[in-house]
Design a protein around this ligand. Structure first.
Ligand code: ZN
Length: 181
């Protein structure tokens, strides 16, 4: 295995810093102008696969428009992921308004988020789809910088920054992980 020493273009296992605009249905819904460029390890599935695969070979400063269809982004919209909940079972501390997002647990105890789509007389209709499910995503990306990943970052499959983005919520068995465990 030879280490990659060419940091001029996007290759697998390099840390890429990327500016982006995300447009959905003609409206910008997310942009790096607010939080700065995103940083990720190319080829580790840190970003949406449909976008990641289009980045290979791009050079620093290169811009590209990438359309990612729904099924390669957040999936198709699932009409069965919409549920009516009896009003009396609904937590009293959540405002009963359309568009309100709430965190709920499913039967397996997994955290999910839902959006109130309708408030009826006796029921509340919740939509468990990802807000971007069924949407085609139009990205406009610019490669800001590229660097080598550290050995530790490669082992963990994510970048180590000031802020830990490790998703090892229940404790991490990786020694030296940013989560400090
Ligand atoms: Zn880590």
């Amino acid at each position: 295995m030879s280490a990659n020493t060419d940091f001029s273009k996007v290759e697998k296992d390099l840390v890429v810093s990327m500016e982006y605009n995300l447009t959905v249905d003609g409206e910008i819904v997310d942009s790096s102008t607010e939080d700065g460029p995103i940083e990720f390890i190319q080829g580790k599935g840190n970003i949406i696969p449909g976008l990641e695969k289009e980045l290979y070979g791009m050079k620093i400063g290169d811009s590209k428009k990438v359309k990612v269809v729904a099924k390669e982004a957040y999936g198709e919209y699932d009409a069965e992921a919409v549920e009516e909940v009896p009003l009396e079972d609904f937590p009293k501390d959540i405002p009963l308004e359309e568009g309100v997002e709430l965190a709920v647990e499913n039967e397996e105890g997994e955290a999910m988020s839902a959006v109130i789509v309708e408030v009826g007389k006796d029921t509340v209709t919740l939509d468990f789809n990802h807000p971007l499910a069924g949407k085609d995503l139009d990205f406009e990306v610019t490669i800001a910088s590229i660097r080598a990943a550290t050995e530790e970052e490669l082992k963990h499959g994510h970048i180590h920054d000031d802020e830990c983005i490790c998703d090892c919520e229940d404790g991490c068995d990786e020694e030296g992980c940013c989560c400090g465990k």
